[in-house]
Design a protein around this ligand. Structure first.
Ligand SMILES: C[S@@+](CC[C@H](N)C(=O)[O-])C[C@H]1O[C@@H](n2cnc3c(N)ncnc32)[C@H](O)[C@@H]1O
Length: 483
């Protein structure tokens, strides 16, 4: 191995990802994708586009990228277009991602929504929420669970999950999840919300599944709000980690349109890494202690719903109460997150930087965690766990190229880092590079051979060697069957 950037050199040759595509052809395809679904292309993700185009050309048995460009430009090219979109977006999600937002939802938002209804004299006892860009459904089910547990008996919950990728929606409807999706769910919650399935997979409880409905929807299109399709008159919209793909103009348009899907004083939640416009039409930011990126549609000035900082209007369930305690706990007097590498506030303390990075990642504070992880890497450049954490955080935000660079470094410094190999397998599989993915899975299995079943793996608080072994074995088996 010649250096941290090199381990995939041969793989690159095998996949042919260096093969050039004529610039005008790439631009035609990129422009079609931007117009269709808002995907934006620049130097950071150009290699992803090149790979996706070559993968499309080979899987569809086409003669050239030019042929693919003509197909996607044609009105009948919807399937080919959808295939490209699937290659260029990631399904990455997990239950209760950004737990502080869910704590805020339970402790503050639900009581406020209920209070407003009562203040208006409304007899409507249903809370309606939308997970827009729901990937495999983790966010939609998390919403259903959090809302269901927070309302009084007699209230109903309806959740809509939508995504542009139909295959993700099939997975969402199946509601079967492995440890990767369940990494934010503790053992008690696993037992409470899921039933055990085959080979470590858990299925969302039937009664919770019934609260959620999934449908395809392109957020860059004009098909919403539509109350008939459950995208109008909503109490809550979650649209997190979707805008990272869009150009700024599309983000501004989508956010403004989402605002119109909320009823007065409904709430919108975005992700900390989402590039929101400086001024958001139709939404105002909520000052939510502990949870960032919470907005609401400005209420009519009735006085009833002016502040999100209200006391719960009813006695919440026990888990809602503990979430409330969590949300209400005073913010610790900072250690401030590092602002830039160039201006550390004090001489850097490796222990503190490491623990801030890990703690931030564990509570889903991705942006903070990433800044701390960057510091950790700067202080300890040959630490495989530091590079792994950075790669993991970037991968979770869909920044595949950056994630891959960090994971490669982790593997360079520790080739037996099983979760880094597994992470690489996920990234290259998302690029359609099945053979490479298999190689990484086999490497991970080899690394796991040296561990006993109950070993918790480096890079995780809870994933055991046995779990990962099972997931990898089943992936390899289904991949063999597909060949
Ligand atoms: C990284 S996942 C985020 C999943 C979930 N919201 C979360 O935060 O865990 C991004 C999702 O956005 C979807 N997406 C990308 N562009 C979209 C579009 N134009 N319309 C609808 N969904 C889109 C992708 O298919 C993918 O499932």
């Amino acid at each position: 191995m010649s250096g941290p950037e090199e381990p995939l050199g041969r793989a690159a040759l095998r996949t042919g990802r260096e093969r050039a595509i004529a610039e005008p052809t790439l631009e035609r395809i990129g422009a079609r994708l931007t117009a269709h679904c808002g995907l934006a292309f620049g130097s950071h993700n150009r290699p992803d586009l090149v790979r996706a185009v070559w993968s499309g050309v080979s899987e569809l048995g086409l003669a050239s990228p030019e042929h693919l460009a003509s197909l996607v430009e044609h009105p009948s090219g919807a399937l080919q277009l959808a295939r490209l979109v699937g290659e260029l977006t990631v399904r990455e999600s997990y239950f209760f991602r950004l737990p502080e937002q869910f704590a805020y939802l339970r402790a503050r938002v639900v009581p406020e929504l209920v209070r407003q209804r009562r203040a208006r004299g409304s007899t409507d006892r249903t809370l309606r929420a939308w997970s827009a860009g729901c990937a495999g459904g983790e966010e939609a089910y998390s919403l259903a669970i959090a809302l269901h547990e927070s309302v009084d008996p007699g209230w109903n919950v309806e959740v809509l999950g939508t995504d542009i990728n139909a295959s993700y929606l099939d997975q969402a409807r199946a509601a079967d999840y492995g440890p990767w999706s369940l990494r934010g769910v503790d053992a008690i919650e696993r037992a409470r919300y899921f039933v055990a399935g085959d080979r470590g997979v858990r299925r969302v409880r039937e009664d919770l599944r019934r609260l959620v409905h999934f449908a395809p929807l392109n957020l860059a299109g004009a098909g919403y709000p539509d109350p008939g399709a459950r995208t109008g008159g909503l109490d809550v919209v979650f649209c997190r980690n979707v805008f990272i793909y869009f150009d700024a103009e599309v983000v501004a348009r989508v956010v403004a349109r989402l605002a119109t899907c909320l009823h007065d004083a409904g709430f919108a939640f975005f992700g900390p890494s989402d590039p929101l416009p400086a001024r958001i039409v139709g939404l105002e930011r909520v000052s939510a202690r502990g949870a960032t990126m919470v907005f609401r549609r400005p209420a009519e000035r009735t006085g009833a719903a002016r502040s999100a900082e209200v006391r719960p209007a009813h006695r919440p369930s026990s888990s809602a109460r503990s979430a409330a305690r969590e949300a209400a706990r005073p913010a610790p007097v900072a250690p401030r997150a590092p602002r830039t590498r160039a201006e550390p506030a004090a001489p850097p303390d490796l222990e503190r930087v490491r623990s801030e990075a890990l703690a931030g990642a564990a509570r889903g504070a991705a942006a903070d965690a990433e800044r701390w992880a960057e510091q950790w890497v700067a202080l300890e450049p040959s630490s495989a766990p530091a590079h792994y954490l950075l790669g993991h955080l970037r991968g979770a935000e869909g920044r595949r190229a950056e994630a891959a660079a960090s994971l490669r470094r982790a593997l360079y410094f520790d080739p037996s880092f099983a979760l880094a190999s597994f992470g690489m397998a996920e990234l290259v599989a998302a690029d359609g590079r099945a053979a490479e993915a298999r190689g990484f899975l086999l490497n991970a299995l080899e690394a796991l051979a040296e561990r006993s079943d109950r070993d918790v793996l480096p890079g995780s608080d809870e994933i055991t060697a046995e779990w990962l072994r099972r997931i990898i074995t089943s992936r390899l088996a289904s991949e063999r069957d597909a060949r």
